[in-house]
Write a protein that binds this ligand. Structure first.
Ligand SMILES: O=C(O)CCC(=O)C(=O)O
Ligand SMILES: [Fe+2]
Length: 326
């Protein structure tokens, strides 16, 4: 059961206003927002942003067009897939296999400026809405990365330099199937995201839940709030911070009697060649032993993908970030 309690709200307006000297009202407001992000990352790893720079009209339009896309017949949706089965990226439409515990279908879009995506022909305007969302969510992602840099106490611009390549980010348009009272309610099993941070827009159906920290226990409902974007930190930040910042555990639950649920999730990631290990600021600098071995991000991504394509028969063989724990 989802515990009551709400996600912390972070107002990003001061980052879009002019004037950023530490003494100005704006500087104070930025510092407050940064502290709010820090507290959320130390607790559950989840928060909600408002005044985030992604136009409301665009969010509503993208979700509406996404619903229109998923409503077309399956054989039509299946056409929005890479024509080349050996393509290096899983662009386009896919549906969870029937045996999967996850009950959803999705359309994946990679950086439109760098990759050839597979878009559906219908509905008109969907491709444009996805590409606009991609651009705006990348901007938001980089702003949040800058804020994380600040709240992790890293030298100015460190994360921007470490993660300056945008070729592995992606956007997922998701649709969850309604659940009948005779099946279990899982929509997306409890998991942590492997990336830097994830940004979720959702319709008004609800179902995204976040695992609370020790003080509030249980699952917290990330309720739909129009115009807001739910943000969670992923495994890369957890490792860089040597476990100090939480990669949030979350899931999607389907309640019987509710219609399909639609969401758009943007994944800010690092390049596959990026080396991920606890940063000195969180290890030697503070007299702590590293809690993770270093790894190449692409290796972790492949192992996680194999969890899905070849689910291990023993649950303990599913690869999580604990794979690299010392
Ligand atoms: O659909 C959502 O609200 C969340 C999706 C998610 O957690 C994921 O795709 O990793
Ligand atoms: Fe997730």
């Amino acid at each position: 059961m989802a515990a009551s309690g709400a996600l912390p709200i972070v107002d990003l307006a001061p980052f879009f206003a002019a004037g950023d000297s530490a003494e100005s009202g704006n500087g104070v407001a930025r510092a407050r927002a940064t502290e709010d992000v820090r507290e959320a990352c130390l607790a559950t790893g989840f928060f909600r942003v408002v005044n985030h720079g992604v136009p409301r009209e665009l969010m509503a339009r993208a979700l509406e067009l996404s619903a229109a896309f998923f409503a077309i017949p399956d054989d039509e949706k299946a056409k929005a897939r890479s024509p080349d089965a050996s393509a290096s990226l899983p662009v386009g439409y896919a549906r969870q296999p029937a045996h999967s515990a996850d009950k959803n279908e999705y359309l994946l879009v990679f950086n439109p400026g760098l990759w050839l995506n597979a878009y559906p022909a219908e509905p008109a305007g969907f491709r444009e809405a996805l590409e606009e969302c991609y651009e705006k969510l990348t901007e938001l992602g980089l702003l949040i990365q800058e804020i994380l840099n600040e709240c992790m106490g890293l030298p100015t611009g460190f994360l921007a330099g470490y993660n300056g390549d945008r070729s592995f980010d992606f956007l997922a348009a998701l649709r969850y199937f309604p659940s009948s009272s005779t099946e279990d309610s899982n929509g997306l099993s409890a998991h942590e995201d492997g990336n830097v941070a994830t940004f979720v827009l959702q319709d008004d159906v609800g179902g995204l839940e976040v695992l609370g920290d020790d003080s509030n226990g249980g699952w917290i409902l990330a309720e739909p709030v129009e115009g807001s974007i739910v943000v969670n930190v992923g495994d890369v930040v957890q490792v860089l911070s040597n476990g100090k910042f939480r990669s949030a555990t979350h899931r999607v639950v389907r309640k019987p009697g509710l219609p399909h649920r639609h969401s758009l999730a943007f994944f800010l990631t690092v390049h596959g060649d990026a080396w991920v290990e606890p940063l000195p600021e969180f290890v030697a600098g503070v007299g702590q032993a590293p809690r993770y071995r270093g790894f190449r991000y692409g290796e972790y991504q492949l192992l996680r993908m194999r969890n899905k394509t070849h689910p291990p028969s023993r649950p303990e063989d599913v690869v999580h970030i604990t794979h690299y724990a010392i």
